[in-house]
Design a binder for this molecule. Structure first.
Ligand code: CUA
Length: 347
Protein backbone atom coordinates (compact mmCIF):
# COMPACT_ATOMS: atom_id res chain seq x y z
CA UNK A 1 0.00 0.00 0.00
CA UNK A 2 2.78 2.42 0.93
CA UNK A 3 4.28 3.00 -2.54
CA UNK A 4 0.80 3.79 -3.85
CA UNK A 5 0.24 6.41 -1.18
CA UNK A 6 3.66 7.86 -2.16
CA UNK A 7 2.52 7.94 -5.80
CA UNK A 8 -0.68 9.70 -4.85
CA UNK A 9 1.25 12.32 -2.93
CA UNK A 10 3.69 12.81 -5.83
CA UNK A 11 0.73 13.15 -8.21
CA UNK A 12 -0.89 15.68 -5.87
CA UNK A 13 2.31 17.72 -5.72
CA UNK A 14 2.69 17.59 -9.49
CA UNK A 15 -0.92 18.69 -9.99
CA UNK A 16 -0.41 21.56 -7.52
CA UNK A 17 2.80 22.61 -9.31
CA UNK A 18 1.02 22.47 -12.69
CA UNK A 19 -1.85 24.57 -11.32
CA UNK A 20 0.63 27.10 -9.90
CA UNK A 21 2.44 27.23 -13.26
CA UNK A 22 -0.89 27.74 -15.03
CA UNK A 23 -1.97 30.47 -12.61
CA UNK A 24 1.29 32.39 -13.05
CA UNK A 25 0.84 31.96 -16.81
CA UNK A 26 -2.46 33.78 -16.71
CA UNK A 27 -2.17 37.51 -17.10
CA UNK A 28 1.32 37.28 -18.55
CA UNK A 29 1.72 38.97 -21.93
CA UNK A 30 4.31 36.39 -23.00
CA UNK A 31 1.32 34.22 -23.94
CA UNK A 32 -0.32 35.74 -27.02
CA UNK A 33 -3.61 33.86 -26.60
CA UNK A 34 -4.02 34.96 -22.97
CA UNK A 35 -7.63 36.04 -22.28
CA UNK A 36 -6.85 37.71 -18.94
CA UNK A 37 -4.88 40.71 -20.25
CA UNK A 38 -7.76 42.78 -21.68
CA UNK A 39 -6.88 45.49 -24.21
CA UNK A 40 -10.35 46.76 -25.15
CA UNK A 41 -13.48 48.00 -23.40
CA UNK A 42 -15.23 44.73 -24.30
CA UNK A 43 -12.38 42.54 -23.01
CA UNK A 44 -12.23 44.65 -19.81
CA UNK A 45 -15.94 44.17 -19.17
CA UNK A 46 -15.78 40.45 -19.95
CA UNK A 47 -12.79 40.01 -17.62
CA UNK A 48 -14.69 41.77 -14.82
CA UNK A 49 -17.72 39.59 -15.48
CA UNK A 50 -15.50 36.51 -15.36
CA UNK A 51 -14.08 37.59 -11.99
CA UNK A 52 -17.52 38.43 -10.56
CA UNK A 53 -18.98 35.09 -11.59
CA UNK A 54 -15.89 33.19 -10.40
CA UNK A 55 -16.10 34.82 -6.94
CA UNK A 56 -19.83 34.13 -6.74
CA UNK A 57 -19.36 30.52 -7.83
CA UNK A 58 -16.56 30.06 -5.30
CA UNK A 59 -18.83 31.25 -2.50
CA UNK A 60 -21.53 28.79 -3.66
CA UNK A 61 -18.92 26.02 -3.81
CA UNK A 62 -17.72 26.76 -0.25
CA UNK A 63 -21.31 26.72 1.07
CA UNK A 64 -22.03 23.41 -0.68
CA UNK A 65 -18.82 21.86 0.66
CA UNK A 66 -19.63 23.10 4.20
CA UNK A 67 -23.17 21.66 3.95
CA UNK A 68 -21.81 18.36 2.65
CA UNK A 69 -19.20 18.09 5.42
CA UNK A 70 -21.87 19.04 8.00
CA UNK A 71 -24.14 16.29 6.71
CA UNK A 72 -21.30 13.76 6.79
CA UNK A 73 -20.06 14.59 10.28
CA UNK A 74 -23.27 15.46 12.12
CA UNK A 75 -25.89 13.27 10.53
CA UNK A 76 -24.22 9.98 9.64
CA UNK A 77 -24.96 6.89 11.71
CA UNK A 78 -22.25 5.75 14.11
CA UNK A 79 -21.47 2.36 15.65
CA UNK A 80 -23.87 1.84 18.49
CA UNK A 81 -26.63 4.07 17.05
CA UNK A 82 -29.90 2.29 17.63
CA UNK A 83 -32.06 4.63 15.53
CA UNK A 84 -32.12 4.49 11.76
CA UNK A 85 -31.50 7.86 10.00
CA UNK A 86 -34.57 9.98 9.39
CA UNK A 87 -36.37 9.03 6.20
CA UNK A 88 -38.57 12.11 6.11
CA UNK A 89 -39.51 12.98 2.53
CA UNK A 90 -41.26 16.24 1.84
CA UNK A 91 -39.91 19.13 3.91
CA UNK A 92 -41.60 22.31 2.72
CA UNK A 93 -38.79 24.68 3.79
CA UNK A 94 -36.08 22.53 2.21
CA UNK A 95 -38.03 22.16 -1.04
CA UNK A 96 -38.70 25.88 -1.30
CA UNK A 97 -35.11 26.65 -0.29
CA UNK A 98 -33.40 24.56 -2.90
CA UNK A 99 -35.70 25.82 -5.61
CA UNK A 100 -35.40 29.46 -4.69
CA UNK A 101 -31.66 29.64 -3.99
CA UNK A 102 -30.53 28.36 -7.45
CA UNK A 103 -33.00 30.78 -9.05
CA UNK A 104 -31.41 33.64 -7.09
CA UNK A 105 -27.91 32.44 -8.08
CA UNK A 106 -28.96 32.40 -11.76
CA UNK A 107 -30.38 35.90 -11.36
CA UNK A 108 -27.11 37.07 -9.78
CA UNK A 109 -25.25 35.77 -12.86
CA UNK A 110 -27.81 37.03 -15.39
CA UNK A 111 -27.88 40.64 -14.21
CA UNK A 112 -24.15 41.40 -14.68
CA UNK A 113 -24.10 39.37 -17.93
CA UNK A 114 -26.95 41.36 -19.48
CA UNK A 115 -25.42 44.57 -18.11
CA UNK A 116 -22.13 43.72 -19.90
CA UNK A 117 -23.95 43.06 -23.20
CA UNK A 118 -25.92 46.32 -22.96
CA UNK A 119 -22.82 48.35 -22.04
CA UNK A 120 -20.62 47.02 -24.84
CA UNK A 121 -22.93 46.04 -27.73
CA UNK A 122 -25.03 49.05 -28.79
CA UNK A 123 -27.99 48.92 -31.17
CA UNK A 124 -26.86 51.96 -33.13
CA UNK A 125 -23.48 53.46 -33.90
CA UNK A 126 -22.18 56.99 -34.11
CA UNK A 127 -20.99 58.33 -37.50
CA UNK A 128 -17.44 58.07 -36.16
CA UNK A 129 -17.74 54.30 -35.69
CA UNK A 130 -15.51 52.36 -38.07
CA UNK A 131 -17.33 49.55 -39.90
CA UNK A 132 -15.31 46.48 -40.84
CA UNK A 133 -16.59 43.43 -42.65
CA UNK A 134 -14.86 40.27 -41.48
CA UNK A 135 -15.25 37.46 -44.02
CA UNK A 136 -14.18 34.01 -42.90
CA UNK A 137 -12.92 31.62 -45.57
CA UNK A 138 -11.52 28.09 -45.35
CA UNK A 139 -8.85 28.90 -44.07
CA UNK A 140 -8.05 32.58 -43.97
CA UNK A 141 -9.63 35.85 -42.92
CA UNK A 142 -10.58 38.71 -45.20
CA UNK A 143 -11.04 42.22 -43.82
CA UNK A 144 -12.95 44.90 -45.74
CA UNK A 145 -13.35 48.53 -44.76
CA UNK A 146 -16.37 49.62 -46.85
CA UNK A 147 -16.09 53.30 -45.92
CA UNK A 148 -12.34 53.44 -46.57
CA UNK A 149 -12.12 51.31 -49.72
CA UNK A 150 -9.53 49.00 -48.16
CA UNK A 151 -9.45 45.21 -48.51
CA UNK A 152 -6.83 43.10 -46.81
CA UNK A 153 -6.30 39.60 -45.42
CA UNK A 154 -4.78 37.83 -42.44
CA UNK A 155 -3.95 41.12 -40.71
CA UNK A 156 -6.55 43.47 -39.32
CA UNK A 157 -5.59 47.08 -38.60
CA UNK A 158 -7.79 49.10 -36.23
CA UNK A 159 -7.26 52.48 -34.59
CA UNK A 160 -7.07 52.66 -30.78
CA UNK A 161 -9.76 54.68 -29.00
CA UNK A 162 -12.35 54.48 -31.79
CA UNK A 163 -15.46 52.33 -31.75
CA UNK A 164 -15.23 49.45 -34.22
CA UNK A 165 -18.30 47.66 -35.49
CA UNK A 166 -17.48 44.28 -37.02
CA UNK A 167 -19.92 42.56 -39.35
CA UNK A 168 -19.06 38.88 -39.36
CA UNK A 169 -19.76 36.96 -42.57
CA UNK A 170 -18.78 33.50 -43.74
CA UNK A 171 -17.95 32.49 -47.30
CA UNK A 172 -18.40 28.78 -46.59
CA UNK A 173 -18.83 27.01 -43.23
CA UNK A 174 -19.16 28.06 -39.57
CA UNK A 175 -16.07 29.73 -38.14
CA UNK A 176 -15.51 31.75 -34.97
CA UNK A 177 -13.81 35.15 -34.73
CA UNK A 178 -11.62 35.18 -31.63
CA UNK A 179 -9.12 37.84 -30.50
CA UNK A 180 -8.29 36.86 -26.90
CA UNK A 181 -6.91 40.24 -25.82
CA UNK A 182 -9.63 42.29 -27.51
CA UNK A 183 -12.81 40.28 -27.09
CA UNK A 184 -14.92 37.70 -28.81
CA UNK A 185 -15.29 34.93 -29.52
CA UNK A 186 -18.22 35.24 -31.87
CA UNK A 187 -19.39 32.63 -34.35
CA UNK A 188 -19.27 33.46 -38.05
CA UNK A 189 -22.19 31.64 -39.62
CA UNK A 190 -23.13 31.40 -43.32
CA UNK A 191 -26.41 33.21 -43.95
CA UNK A 192 -26.45 34.79 -40.50
CA UNK A 193 -24.70 38.13 -40.10
CA UNK A 194 -23.34 38.40 -36.57
CA UNK A 195 -21.90 41.58 -35.11
CA UNK A 196 -19.29 42.61 -32.59
CA UNK A 197 -18.55 46.08 -31.25
CA UNK A 198 -15.48 47.13 -29.28
CA UNK A 199 -13.01 49.94 -28.61
CA UNK A 200 -9.38 48.83 -28.45
CA UNK A 201 -7.43 50.88 -25.94
CA UNK A 202 -3.75 49.91 -26.29
CA UNK A 203 -1.78 50.07 -29.55
CA UNK A 204 0.02 46.79 -30.15
CA UNK A 205 0.28 43.55 -32.09
CA UNK A 206 -2.27 40.93 -31.08
CA UNK A 207 -3.08 37.36 -32.07
CA UNK A 208 -6.35 35.98 -33.35
CA UNK A 209 -7.53 32.50 -34.20
CA UNK A 210 -10.57 30.76 -35.63
CA UNK A 211 -12.21 29.13 -32.62
CA UNK A 212 -14.75 26.83 -34.27
CA UNK A 213 -13.72 23.61 -36.00
CA UNK A 214 -14.11 24.35 -39.70
CA UNK A 215 -12.23 21.60 -41.52
CA UNK A 216 -8.74 20.19 -42.03
CA UNK A 217 -6.83 23.41 -41.50
CA UNK A 218 -8.99 24.94 -38.78
CA UNK A 219 -5.90 25.25 -36.56
CA UNK A 220 -4.12 27.07 -39.40
CA UNK A 221 -6.78 29.77 -39.63
CA UNK A 222 -5.09 32.46 -37.62
CA UNK A 223 -4.85 36.21 -37.95
CA UNK A 224 -3.18 39.23 -36.40
CA UNK A 225 -4.73 42.42 -35.10
CA UNK A 226 -2.59 45.52 -35.24
CA UNK A 227 -4.04 48.23 -33.03
CA UNK A 228 -2.59 51.48 -34.38
CA UNK A 229 -2.50 54.98 -32.96
CA UNK A 230 -5.05 57.10 -34.89
CA UNK A 231 -2.30 58.77 -36.96
CA UNK A 232 -0.61 55.43 -37.76
CA UNK A 233 -3.99 54.10 -38.82
CA UNK A 234 -4.57 57.05 -41.16
CA UNK A 235 -1.14 56.44 -42.70
CA UNK A 236 -1.89 52.75 -43.12
CA UNK A 237 -5.21 53.49 -44.85
CA UNK A 238 -3.54 55.99 -47.19
CA UNK A 239 -0.88 53.43 -48.07
CA UNK A 240 -3.44 50.65 -48.63
CA UNK A 241 -5.32 52.91 -51.02
CA UNK A 242 -2.24 53.66 -53.08
CA UNK A 243 -1.81 51.64 -56.30
CA UNK A 244 0.45 48.57 -56.15
CA UNK A 245 4.09 48.76 -57.13
CA UNK A 246 4.67 48.17 -60.85
CA UNK A 247 8.26 47.01 -61.25
CA UNK A 248 9.81 47.76 -64.66
CA UNK A 249 13.01 45.72 -64.50
CA UNK A 250 14.79 42.88 -62.75
CA UNK A 251 13.40 39.77 -61.05
CA UNK A 252 10.30 41.59 -59.77
CA UNK A 253 9.30 42.67 -63.31
CA UNK A 254 9.77 39.10 -64.55
CA UNK A 255 7.69 37.93 -61.56
CA UNK A 256 4.88 40.36 -62.47
CA UNK A 257 4.67 38.68 -65.88
CA UNK A 258 4.56 35.23 -64.26
CA UNK A 259 1.80 36.44 -61.94
CA UNK A 260 -0.25 37.57 -64.93
CA UNK A 261 0.44 34.39 -66.97
CA UNK A 262 0.03 31.79 -64.22
CA UNK A 263 -3.50 31.27 -62.82
CA UNK A 264 -2.68 33.58 -59.85
CA UNK A 265 -4.85 36.41 -61.18
CA UNK A 266 -7.95 34.20 -61.36
CA UNK A 267 -8.20 34.16 -57.57
CA UNK A 268 -6.02 37.00 -56.34
CA UNK A 269 -6.73 40.69 -56.81
CA UNK A 270 -4.04 43.28 -57.35
CA UNK A 271 -6.09 46.45 -57.42
CA UNK A 272 -5.49 48.27 -60.68
CA UNK A 273 -3.54 45.34 -62.12
CA UNK A 274 -5.61 42.18 -62.07
CA UNK A 275 -8.55 40.46 -60.52
CA UNK A 276 -12.04 41.41 -59.57
CA UNK A 277 -11.31 44.24 -57.17
CA UNK A 278 -14.16 45.07 -54.79
CA UNK A 279 -16.88 43.59 -56.95
CA UNK A 280 -16.56 39.90 -56.27
CA UNK A 281 -18.93 38.17 -53.92
CA UNK A 282 -18.05 36.19 -50.84
CA UNK A 283 -17.45 32.95 -52.73
CA UNK A 284 -14.09 31.31 -53.00
CA UNK A 285 -11.32 33.74 -53.95
CA UNK A 286 -7.84 34.10 -52.60
CA UNK A 287 -6.66 37.05 -50.52
CA UNK A 288 -6.22 40.52 -52.04
CA UNK A 289 -2.47 40.87 -52.66
CA UNK A 290 -2.30 44.57 -53.61
CA UNK A 291 -0.03 45.37 -50.64
CA UNK A 292 0.95 41.81 -49.75
CA UNK A 293 4.50 42.73 -48.69
CA UNK A 294 3.19 45.22 -46.11
CA UNK A 295 1.88 42.28 -44.06
CA UNK A 296 4.02 40.51 -41.49
CA UNK A 297 2.52 37.05 -42.05
CA UNK A 298 0.97 34.92 -44.79
CA UNK A 299 -1.08 31.76 -45.36
CA UNK A 300 -3.59 32.33 -42.55
CA UNK A 301 -0.86 33.98 -40.42
CA UNK A 302 0.92 30.69 -39.87
CA UNK A 303 4.14 31.83 -41.61
CA UNK A 304 6.21 34.97 -41.20
CA UNK A 305 6.30 36.95 -44.43
CA UNK A 306 9.84 36.17 -45.64
CA UNK A 307 10.95 35.31 -49.21
CA UNK A 308 11.79 31.75 -48.08
CA UNK A 309 8.31 31.24 -46.62
CA UNK A 310 6.56 32.75 -49.65
CA UNK A 311 8.52 30.33 -51.87
CA UNK A 312 7.66 27.43 -49.55
CA UNK A 313 3.97 28.35 -49.64
CA UNK A 314 3.78 28.72 -53.45
CA UNK A 315 5.74 25.54 -54.16
CA UNK A 316 3.70 23.28 -51.85
CA UNK A 317 0.63 24.95 -50.29
CA UNK A 318 -0.87 21.67 -49.14
CA UNK A 319 2.22 20.83 -47.06
CA UNK A 320 2.00 24.18 -45.27
CA UNK A 321 -1.78 24.27 -44.86
CA UNK A 322 -3.35 20.84 -45.43
CA UNK A 323 -6.48 21.08 -47.57
CA UNK A 324 -5.59 24.59 -48.79
CA UNK A 325 -7.50 25.66 -51.88
CA UNK A 326 -4.41 27.36 -53.27
CA UNK A 327 -3.18 24.94 -55.97
CA UNK A 328 0.41 23.87 -56.52
CA UNK A 329 1.28 25.76 -59.71
CA UNK A 330 4.39 23.68 -60.40
CA UNK A 331 6.62 26.75 -60.33
CA UNK A 332 10.25 26.28 -59.41
CA UNK A 333 13.73 27.62 -60.02
CA UNK A 334 13.96 31.09 -61.52
CA UNK A 335 10.21 31.37 -62.17
CA UNK A 336 9.52 30.78 -58.50
CA UNK A 337 12.19 33.19 -57.26
CA UNK A 338 11.02 35.87 -59.74
CA UNK A 339 7.41 35.51 -58.57
CA UNK A 340 8.56 35.70 -54.93
CA UNK A 341 10.61 38.83 -55.76
CA UNK A 342 7.49 40.40 -57.31
CA UNK A 343 5.21 39.55 -54.37
CA UNK A 344 7.79 40.81 -51.89
CA UNK A 345 8.00 44.09 -53.82
CA UNK A 346 4.29 44.76 -53.23
CA UNK A 347 4.87 46.89 -50.14
CU1 CUA B 1 -12.36 28.60 -39.36
CU2 CUA B 1 -11.94 27.05 -37.65
Amino acid sequence: MKPQRGNNRAFGLLAAAAMAALMTGCGNTVYPMDTLSPKSNLANEVTWLFKEVTILDSIVLLIVIAALLGAIFFFSTRPGDSQAPSSKHADLYLEVGWTLIPALILLAITVPTVRTIIRTQPYSWSPNTLRIKVIAHQWWWEFRYPTLGVITADELHIPAGRQIHFELLSADVIHSFFMPALGGKRDVVPGQDNELTLIANTPGYYYGQCAEFCGTSHANMRFRVIVDTPSDFEAWVAHQNSPPVKPTEGAAAAGAKIFADAPCAICHTLRGVSGFSKQYTYGFRGPDLTHFASRTTLAGSILDNTPQNVALWISDPDAVKPGAKMPDLGLHGKDLSDLVAYLESLK
